[in-house]
Design a protein around this ligand. Structure first.
Ligand SMILES: [Zn+2]
Length: 111
């Protein structure tokens, strides 16, 4: 038995993969060799249900962090907008400049 043949032996991955053919597609067995066993069935690294779950959870956490960051930005924009109601743009600019000047003065006073 050749080495290449030996490598292709062994259980195949239990996953079904969807292959697009033109407008439609069909499900067929994954061609990869099974390297892990879950509930008595072999799976390749790509279709290992636990690895897939970990990837999904990582993706969910990333989306949640992005969603939280967007909500935080919207809240800040809302608060800044509310803070500026009735205050002219010139006054806001003057307040910002005064704030910066004050910050510089406080830094210089700190030994
Ligand atoms: Zn597979």
């Amino acid at each position: 038995m050749s080495k290449a043949k030996a490598k292709s032996d062994g259980p195949k991955c239990s996953a079904q993969v969807y292959t697009r053919i033109g407008r439609w597609g069909r499900f067929s067995p994954c061609a990869n060799r099974g390297v892990v066993e879950r509930d008595g069935k072999p799976y390749c690294r790509t279709h290992d249900p636990e690895a897939a779950k970990a990837r999904r959870e990582e993706q969910d956490a990333k989306h949640q962090a992005e969603s939280d960051a967007r909500a935080e930005r919207r809240t800040r924009e809302y608060l800044l907008d509310r803070l500026a109601v009735g205050v002219s743009t010139e006054t806001l600019q003057a307040l910002l400049d005064a704030g910066r000047t004050l910050a510089v003065m406080l830094r210089e006073e700190t030994p």
